[in-house]
Design a protein around this ligand. Structure first.
Ligand code: IPM
Ligand code: MG
Length: 352
């Protein structure tokens, strides 16, 4: 039995989460496992109901389940709230409280969508790498932090155990892929980065079968757009990973298609990388694929069922190959389908 907390959230969140839930139900029928899905509020939806973005009840539910599925949070309605009430603050809180120290963002190019990339098809064809972004440390959380009229300050700090655990996870994952890790830092300028680099190399001693190299973050930004195929696994700190994973996502040309996993030792949360897209919310237009692909990551990383993960990915690929396109990935002349039609097509490719 799998117990999943579903958090539809704001904007298109409820529509794409509904798509992912249909896929979950189909899989549970097909493979005869039980799932319990418990819905909770988070983000703007929670603020409107309870006056806070993240309630203790939601947090508690997330602590007591096998995996959390999140749609998207935020929107213009809540943008003018003070900093500590913003959805971003709630997102950082949930990451920290559940100790989701590793954020995995795959950059995978679907052959059916090669033309959607802003880069030449030849450059991106076959791109398939995975970014491991450290998620609960670094400059996002370091103290001291603040600002006054004369200055603003944050602190980039990493503890030994924080670098060790993300490095280990990246190496372990690389062993199941092409066996290559590139650690990205700014060790030519920042002491914290030199420390990061030293620790990653120390951890690497336990993974002789994995190839490790280092890259400066500015060069990495350039290399991702120059030749994305050179990457297999990237491991990097919180802020660098935030920036690089956006670049990595964009070159695939399909932001509406990319999933993510945030995992820790005890908990895990899965969500599409895209936002709440308030402009198309409630119109049955959103692309549910990123959220459905997040379910594939859930089966891989939380439930340790890589075969089911593959099955979901294949159903997505088959649906694309059959010509199904939501408006975000459609070219002129394509037959545009709705969120529900895309979901139904994927569900039927999963079959019974
Ligand atoms: C992300 C987002 C968040 C981050 C924001 C919304 C706090 O950009 O998940 O990448 O910076 O981590
Ligand atoms: Mg970001």
């Amino acid at each position: 039995m799998y117990k999943i907390v579903s958090i539809p959230g704001d904007g298109i969140g409820p529509e794409v989460v509904a798509g992912a839930v249909s896929v979950l139900r189909q899989l549970s029928k097909k493979h005869s496992f039980d799932i319990v899905i418990e819905e909770h509020a988070f983000g703007g939806a929670s603020y409107d109901l309870h006056g806070e973005m993240l309630t203790d009840a939601t947090l508690e539910a997330c602590r007591n389940c096998d995996a959390v599925l999140l749609g998207a949070v935020g929107g213009p309605k809540w943008e003018s709230l003070p900093h500590e009430y913003k959805p971003e603050a709630a997102l950082l809180k949930i990451r920290k409280e559940l100790e989701l120290f590793a954020n995995l963002r795959p950059a995978k190019v679907y052959d059916a969508l090669l033309d959607a990339s802003s880069l030449k098809a030849d450059v991106v064809r076959g791109t398939d790498f995975l970014v491991f972004r450290e998620l609960t440390g670094g400059i996002y959380f370091g103290q001291p932090r603040g600002f006054n009229e004369n200055r603003g300050w944050n602190t980039m700090i990493y503890e030994l155990y924080e670098v060790q655990r993300i490095a280990r996870l990246a190496f372990e994952t690389a062993q199941k892929r092409k066996g290559r890790v590139i650690s990205i830092d700014k060790a030519n300028v920042l002491e914290v980065s030199q420390f990061w680099r030293n620790v990653v190399h120390e951890v690497h001693k336990d993974f002789a079968d994995v190839e490790l190299s280092d890259m400066y973050v500015d060069n990495a930004a350039m290399q991702i757009v120059r030749n994305p195929k050179q990457f297999d696994v990237i491991v990097t700190s919180n802020l660098f990973g935030d920036i690089l994973s956006d670049i990595a996502g964009m070159i695939t040309g399909s932001l509406g298609m990319l999933p993510s996993a945030s995992i820790g030792t005890k908990h895990a949360l899965y969500e599409p990388i895209h936002g709440s897209a308030p402009d198309i919310a409630g119109q049955n237009k959103a692309n549910p694929i990123a959220t459905i692909a997040s379910i594939a990551m859930m089966f891989e990383y939380s439930f340790h069922k890589p075969d089911i993960a593959k099955e979901i990915e294949q159903a997505i690929e088959a649906t694309l190959a059959a010509g199904f396109r939501t408006s975000d990935i459609a070219n002129r002349g394509d037959n545009v389908v709705s969120t529900k039609e895309m979901t139904e097509a994927i569900v039927s490719h999963i079959g019974t």
